[in-house]
Design a protein around this ligand. Structure first.
Ligand code: FES
Length: 81
C-alpha cells in the first residue's frame, strides 16, 4: 500500500510535484495554492518527502519516521515543522 495523495483535499502528490516543478512552488506555496496539509495534517511528512525525493507513491511512515522527516525538514529549512 502506498500513500499518493492528501486525502483531506483529495490532491495527488503527482499534482503537487507538477506544481513544484512547473511553477517552482515550495511547501508553503503548495499549501496556500491547494490546501494540502491543512486538514488532519498527516500528509505533511509525505509531501515533504515528495518534494525532497520526487517520489509520489510513498510507503506508509510510522510515527517515528514521520517525526524524523519533519525534524529533518525543519533543520534544513529553518522553519517550524
Ligand atoms: S491527508 Fe492531507 S491534510 Fe489530511
Amino acid at each position: 500500500m502506498a500513500v499518493d495523495r492528501c486525502v483531506c483535499v483529495n490532491v495527488l502528490f503527482q499534482e503537487l510535484l507538477e506544481l513544484h516543478r512547473e511553477h517552482g512552488l515550495g511547501f508553503d506555496e503548495l499549501v496556500d495554492r491547494t490546501g494540502c496539509c491543512t486538514g488532519c495534517t498527516s500528509c505533511e511528512p509525505y509531501v515533504k518527502v515528495m518534494l525532497r525525493t520526487g517520489k509520489t507513491y510513498l510507503p506508509i511512515l510510522n510515527a517515528e519516521e514521520a517525526d524524523r522527516v519533519l525534524h529533518e525538514w525543519q533543520d534544513r529549512e529553518g522553519k517550524p515543522a
